[in-house]
Design a binder for this molecule. Structure first.
Ligand code: DC
Length: 238
């Protein structure tokens, strides 16, 4: 039984960009459930490359070396809506740590690596998708019918990330100090992602900016659904 309330237009592409902890992933998966579209978290791809490169003791300052590792790793990778499979194993949970996030941010600043990942992302979104990342509206899907740029204050994003990390017990974070550490790490990552030369974190000209600092998940999701409906990109199923 199809219990979804909304029907999207054919091949609808929704781009969601924003900094770490802005709620992209949560909002994308809420929308995915509502609209029945595949949700693709592009951050996972960069996390995957950073993770494989570090496992193979690759020098993360050597772009060509990372590219070689990346080209080889992609051959053994499958990227589905439920995560990334490497050599037939779902390795997604290992990619979600802060350590791997920092490795991801490093390899994500390499133009050749980004170029190698461009086509994979575009072809997966071909039939319609909700894709979240940093450069989806600007570089990967510039023709997406709907683009959103999510933000929230640094403090609030750190709080969300900290809660997520302690919930998944990916690290030992139970006090205020460790939340401050998450904030410092986030700030570093924001800076690197926003200041890199190639495909930096940027709000596309035609994207709608939503500051979710004092909004909850339902409010943000409802706002986006209302915009999509107003633009006739989705219709309510009675
Ligand atoms: O969203 P995330 O934390 O999983 O992303 C991990 C890193 O990958 C982040 O620091 C920026 C980078 N990234 C990117 O440069 N472009 C994307 N489309 C997605 C992520």
């Amino acid at each position: 039984v199809n219990t979804r309330d909304w029907r999207p237009v054919k091949n609808l592409q929704i781009a969601i960009d924003g900094p770490s902890g802005s709620g992209k992933g949560t909002i994308a998966s809420m929308l995915g459930q509502e609209l029945g579209l595949p949700v693709l978290d592009t951050g996972l791809l960069y996390r995957f490359i950073g993770w494989v490169a570090s496992q193979q003791a690759c020098d993360l300052n050597d772009e060509l070396a990372v590219l070689t590792v990346s080209d080889e790793a992609i051959k053994h990778m499958q990227w589905h809506a439920d995560g990334i499979y490497y050599q037939q194993q779902n390795c997604t949970s290992q990619l979600r740590t802060e350590t791997v996030g920092a490795l991801a941010s490093q390899v994500a600043s390499m133009p050749k690596v980004r170029k190698a990942l461009l086509k994979i992302q575009q072809s997966l979104a071909d039939q319609g998708a909700i894709m979240d990342g940093r450069d989806i509206g600007t570089v990967i899907l510039p023709k997406a019918q709907a683009k959103f740029f999510l933000t929230a204050s640094l403090r609030e994003r750190a709080r969300r990330r900290w809660r997520q990390l302690s919930h998944h017990a990916k690290c030992d974070m139970h006090d205020k100090d460790s939340m401050a550490e998450v904030e410092i790490e986030l700030q570093k990552r924001d800076k690197r992602d926003a200041n890199r030369e190639y495909a930096p974190l940027q709000c596309a000209k035609d994207a709608m900016k939503i500051d979710s600092t004092i909004m909850d998940v339902d409010q943000v999701t409802d706002r986006i659904l209302a915009v999509l409906e107003r633009r006739n990109l989705i219709t309510q199923v009675s």
